[in-house]
Write a protein that binds this ligand. Structure first.
Ligand code: PEP
Ligand code: MG
Length: 582
């Protein structure tokens, strides 16, 4: 038995034999052509474009019907690749210069374009390389007159491949493909979106892992913890089956309670809302019982594209969220690019240290056109519900004052008062946390972004695994800081919520509730279990534990205290806490 750890990109567990999908690159014969044949070869190319477009339109329609319109839009991006003038110009140019048959020339052009995209910093732009390679293979197959290379699957399996293209993912039968393991992909990749929509657990493993999986008879995919177990022994299979059983029981139990509020045993109601990145998650948030959107990370609307979204396009997106939750807050955060989310085409130089550079509000303030169009779109969307505007990564009063200047101007343009929309700031720098008393005079609400608050307080880059000991949410330093923010918010009467990952962490929930936080926003899929956890704790006991932790020195003592008080309740609810090898 071998266990590999990777990144979970679609939740759930699955166990089945692996089906290894080899690289799908078709090998075409190379043939020299004369100058007279260039035109004929180019015509073959444009015919193949038409055939491919029809094929993609058919997949698009099937996806819209069977999965949803949002997922179907992925194929619009593929069709755009086919229509890209650059592709046509490059093929024509290379036919002239290389004088080879169009299959060979096209492969060169596709490889070149895919390579250029794969080098772009921005992760979502890099994933365009997959789209280009995917579309290129369909084009070449059509040029070669080969039928659709659908993967034949007759038995339940775990699909194992270096990469699964979105068009392949959309064709998967979730009755037979029980899980996916790839070496390329991320939570935001198109393939992950489709896997989640189809309910197929998936994990991205480090390069080289799939070679190790190819001879396994059975594989377990743990889309909760990101584990992949090759040839599990009896004990592990039993543990896994038990985990799966527990997961199903938990799902059934929680589904029955989806309409119940999160109220502690001594009557404190906690509002639970969803963090979303893309419109597709609005539906998931509603299905999981979210009471509004506590954080809309709008930068994801900006990342995977050549042209930035217009005010109108943004308005339509934000409006969807507002209309989905007419009675609840929908908190729309202005773009937080920079850090690990680089916006290509913005004309901004790359920072040497991106997390400390022109990120979030700093970016918006040097790009007023982008900022203004986003503010206008958010104000327009606010007419359709209870929309609020949230400013990310604020560090000083000057940033607040400049941002409010832009917001006031936009309100004036719409003939509205400057208080036409509630405006809040993220508390995610120590500077903001230290200034909460003063900043409360200027803002309508605060939202603590614990992911960055930990990163900036501990001076420990978020994604750096070696610094995990500094990222621990339960460290008393962080608890003291959150306590200070919470006490200041209470003293000044400003509304406060927490929207970092901590908010959905079952062990952290009692501490946050105990500190007096009554609004939590989290990944939509964590909502049902978080609500249940709250229903099993009392404010009184949480408050005494939180106070005690705020006095401690060592993280370990904090962990022990929580474990002793709430451990049993957490364990009865969690399904992904213990890894097989732990
Ligand atoms: C945070 O920093 O906690 C937060 C919610 O913002 P993001 O994760 O988008 O940086
Ligand atoms: Mg943040």
């Amino acid at each position: 038995m071998n266990i590999f750890y990777g990144t979970p990109i679609s939740p759930g567990f699955a166990e089945a034999p692996p089906l290894l999908v080899q690289g799908m690159k078709l090998k075409s014969e190379e043939r020299a052509i004369s100058s007279n044949e260039v035109e004929k070869e180019f015509k073959r190319f444009t015919d193949a474009i038409e055939a491919t477009k029809n094929e993609l339109l058919a997949i698009r329609d099937k996806t819209a019907e069977e999965i949803g319109e949002d997922e179907a839009e992925i194929f619009d991006a593929h069709i755009l690749v086919l229509e890209d003038p650059l592709l046509h110009v490059e093929v024509s140019r290379k036919l002239e210069s290389e004088q080879k048959n169009v299959e060979i020339v096209l492969q060169m052009v596709i490889d070149d374009l895919a390579e250029r995209f794969s080098k772009i910093e921005d992760e979502m732009m890099r994933e365009r390389a997959t789209d280009i390679a995917d579309v290129g293979q369909i084009l070449i197959r059509n040029l070669m007159g080969r039928p659709s290379a659908a993967i034949r699957i007759d038995e339940p399996c775990i699909l194992v491949a270096t990469e699964i293209s979105p068009s392949t993912a959309a064709k998967l039968d979730s009755e037979l493909v029980l899980g996916c393991v790839t070496e390329i992909g991320s939570v935001t990749s198109h393939t992950a979106i489709i896997a989640r929509a189809l309910g197929i657990p998936a994990v991205v493993v480090p390069p080289g892992t799939i070679t190790e999986l190819q001879n396994a008879n059975t594989i377990i995919v743990d889309g909760m913890d990101g584990a992949v177990v090759a040839d599990p022994d009896e004990k592990t299979i039993e543990e896994y089956e038990e985990k799966e059983q527990k997961r199903l029981e938990r799902e059934i139990m929680l589904r029955r309670k989806i309409g119940l509020d999160a109220v502690t045993t001594d009557g404190v109601k906690i509002d639970i809302s969803a963090n979303i990145e893309m419109p597709i998650e609005i539906k998931i948030a509603k299905e999981n019982g979210a009471e509004g959107v506590g954080l809309y990370r709008t930068e994801f609307l900006f990342l995977n594209r050549k042209v930035l979204p217009s005010e109108e396009e943004q308005y339509q997106h934000y409006r969807l969220a507002a209309e989905a939750f007419p009675q609840n807050d929908v908190i729309i955060r202005t773009i937080d690019v920079g850090g690990d989310k680089f916006l290509s085409g913005s004309g901004m130089p790359e920072d040497v240290n991106p997390y400390l550079g022109v990120r979030a509000i700093r970016f918006s303030l040097v790009k007023p056109d982008i900022f203004n169009s986003q503010i206008r779109a958010i104000i327009r969307a606010s007419r359709h519900g209870k929309v609020k505007l949230l400013l990310p990564m604020i560090s000083c009063i000057e940033e607040i004052s400049s941002a409010m200047g832009y917001i006031d101007e936009c309100c004036k343009k719409f003939d509205l008062d400057s208080d036409c929309i509630e405006v809040g700031i993220m508390i995610e720098t120590p500077a903001a946390a230290l200034n909460t008393k003063i900043f409360s005079n200027y803002m309508d609400f605060f939202s603590i972004g614990t992911n960055d608050l930990i990163q900036y307080t501990m001076a420990a880059e978020r994604g750096n695994k070696q610094l995990d000991y500094l990222h621990r949410p339960m460290q008393p330093t962080i608890i003291r800081l959150i306590k200070e923010v919470t006490d200041n918010a209470k003293a000044t009467g400003i509304e406060l919520s927490v929207c970092g990952e901590m908010a959905g962490d079952l062990r952290m929930i009692p501490i946050l509730v105990g500190l007096g936080i009554t609004k939590l926003s989290m990944n939509p899929r964590s909502i049902p279990v978080a609500k249940e956890m709250i229903r099993r704790i009392s404010f009184e006991e949480s408050s005494s534990v939180a106070k005690e932790i705020a006095q401690l020195l060592f993280t370990k003592d904090a962990v022990d205290k929580v474990e002793k008080t709430f451990g049993e309740r957490v364990k009865s609810l969690e399904i992904n806490g213990a890894r097989f090898q732990d």
